[in-house]
Design a protein. Structure first.
Length: 71
């Protein structure tokens, strides 16, 4: 069994993250970091694409402003 398939089986096919959770993590860490973490936890391409549909350009701008103000 391939590692991707095994990870999906371990996580369960129905495990989902809400759009509000996706937005929170992208705003807190950046989209790249959030995606990297999700993949390390066994997220599939379909799950990543579903999460991407939760985001708009405004989420990325707000995240950049928030990070700039906290540095």
């Amino acid at each position: 069994m391939g590692s991707g398939l095994q990870a999906a089986n371990e996580l369960g096919q129905d495990q989902r993250i809400s759009c509000s959770e996706v937005r929170y993590y992208v705003e807190k860490y950046t989209a790249a970091v959030a995606e990297s973490y999700a993949r390390s936890q066994g997220a599939t391409d379909a799950q990543i694409n579903r999460a991407r549909r939760c985001l708009t350009v405004n989420h990325f701008r707000r995240a950049e402003r928030w990070r700039a103000s906290t540095e």
